[in-house]
Design a protein around this ligand. Structure first.
Ligand code: GUN
Length: 283
């Protein structure tokens, strides 16, 4: 058996077309969604990510503003910028690109963002809303994974989902979203003993570790759905995920590729959150 691919590129194209249409409609009511992206320092990967986010905003008709600050920016100065954007009616979403330089306390900065503009979904108030099932912004990467499962008509109720990785950005919110859809969820992490025995039980596997070959074919139940959040480089410098794609695709029923899988969906869900923030500003 060879698994079917779930293309984040195709799904993103469809979703961004809808976002573009809804943006045009919102503009007839006098509102253009606006996203402010704050980048502190010169981290090369972060520079690529923020450029892609700003470009995606422009493509769907949003206003986007990229603020670049030197790595020496003080926390007080950064908090001042966040406060100014909180008060700016043309800015509906605020994103502070992580990681921040070590002298800045990322959680303190995130908590300074108004929850109404927290389109990353990283504020404790957004995390609490997800946990309790209240309305709020969901973190973009796990939300994109949920959309990919939805796109293949997958019903999670009663299924066993195994999430590998417990970060606040992906693993923990992913587990909450799967639970909300009535899956039985196992959250594995660096101290988990015998990872393979857990993964073998899974109908759905989500790997968000950031290391190559965490999931290999011998660990995957035949017919399982495998979602790969990893972004790594192989020995040739080529982009690859956490999953041994060539091996696992022989066993799984569906698999997401890297690149072209979860990556584009993360940005699509950021656009979706920003559109929602702009729509809510009207009501
Ligand atoms: N760094 C890596 N991924 C992300 C993300 O989704 N949002 C922010 N703000 N920083 C990141």
């Amino acid at each position: 058996m060879s698994a079917q691919l779930i293309s984040g590129v195709d799904l993103s194209r469809q979703m961004r077309q809808r976002i573009k249409e809804q943006t045009a409609l919102l503009q007839t009511k006098g509102v253009t969604p606006g996203l402010a992206v704050i980048l502190v320092g010169e981290d090369p990967a972060s520079q690529v990510y923020v450029r892609n986010k700003v470009k995606a905003c422009e493509e769907v008709g949003f206003h986007s503003r990229l603020e670049r600050h030197p790595a020496q920016l003080s926390e007080a100065e950064l908090l001042e910028r966040v406060a100014a954007l909180n008060g700016d009616p043309g800015t509906h979403g605020i994103l502070v690109q992580l990681p921040l330089p070590a002298h800045l306390n990322a959680q303190r900065v995130i908590e300074a963002i108004s929850p109404d503009k927290d389109v990353d979904g990283f504020h404790v108030s957004s995390a609490g809303a997800l946990m309790t099932g209240l309305p709020g912004f969901w973190p973009c990467t796990p939300h994109g994974c949920m959309k990919m499962l939805e796109s293949i008509g997958y019903k999670l109720r009663g299924r066993h989902a195994v999430v590998i990785g417990r970060s606040n950005i992906v693993g923990k919110p992913m587990a909450m979203m799967l639970l909300q859809q009535d899956a039985t969820v196992t959250l594995c992490h660096s101290a988990t003993q015998d990872l393979a025995s857990h993964v073998r039980q899974a109908d759905v596997v989500v790997s968000a570790v950031g290391r190559r070959n965490v999931v290999t074919a011998d660990m995957v139940k035949p017919g399982a759905v495998v979602i790969d959040v990893g972004m790594n480089r192989d020995d040739q410098g080529k982009l690859c995920g956490d999953v041994d794609f060539e091996g696992v695709r022989q066993v799984a029923s569906y698999i997401t590729p890297v690149p072209g899988g979860v990556g584009p969906m993360t940005i699509t869900m950021l656009l979706d959150n920003t559109l929602q923030a702009a729509q809510r500003s009207l009501s």
